[in-house]
Write a protein that binds this ligand. Structure first.
Ligand code: CAA
Length: 385
């Protein structure tokens, strides 16, 4: 793990991208964020707007018809969408998560067949690793793929699958050789249209209510042999390497929601008057704002540094991806909680966006590996070095 200061140069084109995403978010996504949360409905407006602007899967390389955005640009899109609506930010984030195994380890034919429609906005991709009894211990999965003719027969259940039912394509990790642990796991592309694929009811969640989370069932699903991602037995490594890259996008999501909360609270304390003056003049309030800003700055810098590592596919990305996700999500939880506090009773009501932001922030400490798992990952990397 290198500790040198490795700030990604945020170039002019990244800032121009940020401005254009922000404008899109303000006009087409932010106005629906409260209703999407309240009604726990899919953010169709965000879906349409992101697809129309080619921002739903901006990371897909140009050779497959995508915009070829680098890891930082992808983070900026996710961050700016999450600033207004975390549920909507899962559209670009999960498209990256689902396609990353194909990008990292798929055959040329698989890349052409599955990345191109996602780049064109003709389909979305989800990632299916977790199971009811295999969450943090992802290697303990029991979903099984057995050779059958010139393909595989798949049986099992995946749980906590983001955008399940909406996505047309799924990266599914399954045991192909039992008894040898994670080296017996392989990754496959499964289509929603494959016979035997079905979905559970949407989970009723604390936050990210606009993003459907469901179980996915595989009942004797036959998958053609050419849909395996990489060699048999490499699926767990591909799944872990994918998370190294995409934990950075969860960090970006956390930075986005924290920025949204800080912006709102900062404006509020300048307007809210108590004891004959704006509460922004009270030192106790100023100290809270300062701490929120300081944590957010540190979280963003670490996130962008990790994005640089992701773009270069650096060997120490495992450490930086975990560190960015863990630090930024803990910061987002603290910042959104303090933002609610600064609004007092108003912050606690649905008339203001902060209680939603606080509920949405919570998931960033849990998914793509709990922050306890991130600490395990970081410690292992430090001890290895
Ligand atoms: N890159 C490449 N290879 C890796 C790797 C990485 N980052 N991490 C592990 N591996 C390899 C190891 O080198 C090892 O290979 P060998 O057999 O050749 O030695 C193999 O994978 C097994 O590794 P470990 O022994 O470290 O595995 P483990 O069983 O101890 O598990 C763990 C490690 C870090 C706890 C892992 O299980 C983990 O990350 N758990 C959390 C899972 C997770 O993040 N789930 C999130 C689901 S996705 C989600 O939430 C998405 C959503 O919908 C938004």
């Amino acid at each position: 793990v290198t500790q040198e200061f490795d700030l990604y140069a945020v170039r002019e084109e990244h800032e121009l991208l940020r401005e254009s995403v922000r404008a899109l978010v303000e006009s087409k996504i932010a106005p629906y964020a409260a209703a999407v949360d309240h009604d726990a409905r899919y953010p169709q407006e965000a879906h349409d707007a992101l697809h129309a602007a080619d921002m739903a899967a901006i990371h897909i390389p140009e050779e497959y018809g995508g915009a070829g955005a680098d890891a930082l640009a992808t983070c900026i899109v996710i961050e700016e969408v999450a600033r207004a609506c975390v549920s909507s930010s899962l559209i670009p984030a999960v498209n990256k998560l689902g396609t990353m195994p194909v990008i990292l380890a798929g055959s040329e034919e698989l890349k052409r067949r599955y990345l191109t429609p996602v780049a064109r906005g003709e389909g979305m991709f989800s990632y299916a690793l977790s199971e009811p009894e295999a969450g943090s211990d992802a290697g303990g999965m029991t979903t099984r793929a057995v050779p059958d003719g010139d393909g595989w027969r798949l049986n099992g259940v995946k749980r906590w699958i983001t955008n399940a039912g909406v996505s047309d394509y799924y990266t599914v990790m399954a045991v192909t050789e039992p008894g040898i642990g994670t080296r017996g796991i392989s990754a496959f592309v499964v289509e929603k249209a494959d016979e035997g694929v079905s979905f559970g009811a949407p989970e009723k969640k604390l936050g990210i209510k606009g993003s459907p989370t469901r179980e996915v069932y595989f009942d004797n699903v036959w998958i053609p042999g050419d849909r395996i991602i990489g060699e048999p037995g490499t699926g767990f490594k591909t799944a872990m390497r994918t998370l190294d890259h995409t934990r950075v996008t969860i960090a970006a999501q956390a930075v986005g929601v924290a920025q949204g909360a800080l912006d709102y609270a900062t404006q509020y304390v300048k307007e809210r008057r108590q004891f004959g003056k704006p509460i922004a003049e009270l030192q106790g309030v100023q100290f809270m704002l300062a701490d929120m800003g300081m944590k957010l700055t540190a979280a963003r810098q670490l996130t962008y540094t990790a994005a640089a590592k992701s773009e270069r596919n650096d060997a120490d990305l495992t450490y930086f991806g975990a560190a960015a996700k863990c630090f930024a999500s803990d910061a987002a939880m603290e910042i959104t909680t303090d933002a609610v506090q600064l609004l007092g009773g108003y912050g606690y009501t649905q008339d203001y966006p902060l209680e939603r932001m606080m509920r949405d922030a919570k998931i960033t400490q849990i998914y793509e590996g709990t922050n306890q798992v991130q600490r395990v990952v970081m410690a292992r990397q430090l001890l290895k070095g």
